[in-house]
Design a protein around this ligand. Structure first.
Ligand code: PLP
Length: 391
């Protein structure tokens, strides 16, 4: 059965499962789920919006609440520009600049912050340069680095799952001539914890100033922790720091693709030429500008997330499971089994959870969904892990 776009329905389901965080898993669980749902025409039950809607999506750290009314209105009002290459762009760059007290030439937009990460890789990691970061972390930089033949120097997390800043400093200093980029994700994905503000300062004070440091703040908006601060002040001080932010998480625009990097203008000038330059759609430029002004909605999302996260984590703790304290919209729980097979079991129940993040093979990453999503998650969790499984 081939859809209008040329993909078969089966391919679409596979892509859906992959896109939702199960890149490595076959989509059989989803298919089986669909077959049970409708006997008459199983394929129809597999792919359409109702099937998608039924899935509990806890694999990709998305915002379960969707964009705010103001953001959707701004995007809808931009439809008249859909057929143009040149159009009023909603002042997105100026809005970001004003929001952070920087200039337009300190900003690089991307179709998602992933595009900015890729630009940093292309600009600062020519062949055989090295990227230093922790493991596990958000993989993109390492993936891109591998593509560009740069080598990753991955520093293991400490036993308490904190970023080992002293070891990062040591590794950067002892490889200083070869290091093209330091990448830190703060808060870190997949562990969900922050890097202490004093550790960021210590690192920047301890490594050669000419080495660019990218601090990925995709989850900045969810943090409520006095030991945390944004690294934007280092950009304002002129340090070779690139801070990345995204509209995918707090603003719930993951599918619309918008993110940005902020850095000294010379650093942005090195990255800009390696981006495509025209990757962002008209609607999201307007939506992003509206989202930046929408502080009350962000506060609402932050509170809801915290409430649902703490409730879910408390329930898992009461069942005897160990969790890493989270400052984000996801958390990790030690399920004492290989996460890959656990993910498959959840998937059969229509729940998508995080993939495996080696070497934390028994730690399951769970995104915080709505309270209804988390009720379904806990029900499935109790079925997969009967009493006594916590050990
Ligand atoms: C830490 C981190 N950085 C960057 C991204 C990429 O986000 P986007 O490209 O949607 O802005 C993600 C996505 O999950 C992430 O977790």
């Amino acid at each position: 059965m081939v859809s209008k776009g040329g993909t078969t329905r089966r391919q679409f389901v596979g892509a859906l499962a992959a896109g939702l965080g199960y890149g490595g898993l076959p989509a059989t669980g989803l298919r089986a789920q669909g077959r049970r749902a409708t006997q008459a025409d199983p394929d129809d039950a597999l792919t359409g919006p109702p099937e998608y809607q039924k899935l509990v999506k806890l694999a990709s750290n998305e915002n379960p609440y969707g964009p705010s009314e103001q953001v959707m209105k701004a995007m809808n009002d931009a439809w008249p520009y859909a057929n143009r290459y040149v159009y009023p762009n909603g002042g997105i760059v100026e809005a970001i600049a004003e929001h952070h007290g920087v200039k337009a030439d300190n900003i690089l937009l991307g179709a998602g912050s992933a595009e900015v990460l890729k630009a940093a890789d292309d600009a600062f990691l020519p062949d055989h340069r090295r990227v230093v970061g922790v493991e596990p972390t958000f993989e993109s930089v390492y993936r891109y680095a591998t593509n560009s033949k740069a080598q990753a120097l991955a520093v293991p997390l400490r036993e308490d799952f904190a970023v080992d800043i002293k070891e990062i400093i040591r590794v950067v200093r002892s490889n200083a001539r070869d290091v093209g980029l330091v990448y830190l994700c703060n808060p870190n994905n997949p562990t969900g914890n922050i890097i202490h503000k004093d550790d960021i300062k210590l690192m920047l004070d301890s490594i050669p100033e000419e080495i660019p440091v990218l601090i990925d703040e995709a989850y900045y908006h969810f943090v409520d922790n006095p030991d945390y601060e944004t690294s934007l002040k280092y950009v304002l001080q002129g340090r070779k720091v690139i801070v990345t932010r995204t509209f995918s998480k707090i603003a719930a625009l993951a599918g619309m693709r918008l993110g940005y990097g902020i850095a000294p203008k010379e650093v942005i000038a090195q990255m800009r030429p390696v981006t495509y330059g025209n990757s962002i759609n008209a609607l999201v430029k307007h939506g992003g500008a509206a989202a930046l002004k929408d502080a009350s909605n962000q506060g609402r999302i932050r509170e809801l997330n915290k409430q649902v996260r703490e409730q879910t984590m408390a329930e898992l703790r009461s069942m005897g499971y160990r969790l890493i304290p989270s400052d984000t919209n996801f958390f990790m729980v030690n399920v004492k089994r290989d996460v890959r097979s656990v993910g498959e079991e959840f998937q059969k129940k229509g729940i998508l959870v995080g993939r495996k993040f080696p070497p934390m093979d028994e730690w399951l990453r769970v995104s915080v969904g709505s309270s209804d999503d988390m009720r379904r998650f806990i029900t499935a969790f109790k079925e997969i892990f009967p009493p006594g499984s916590a050990g």
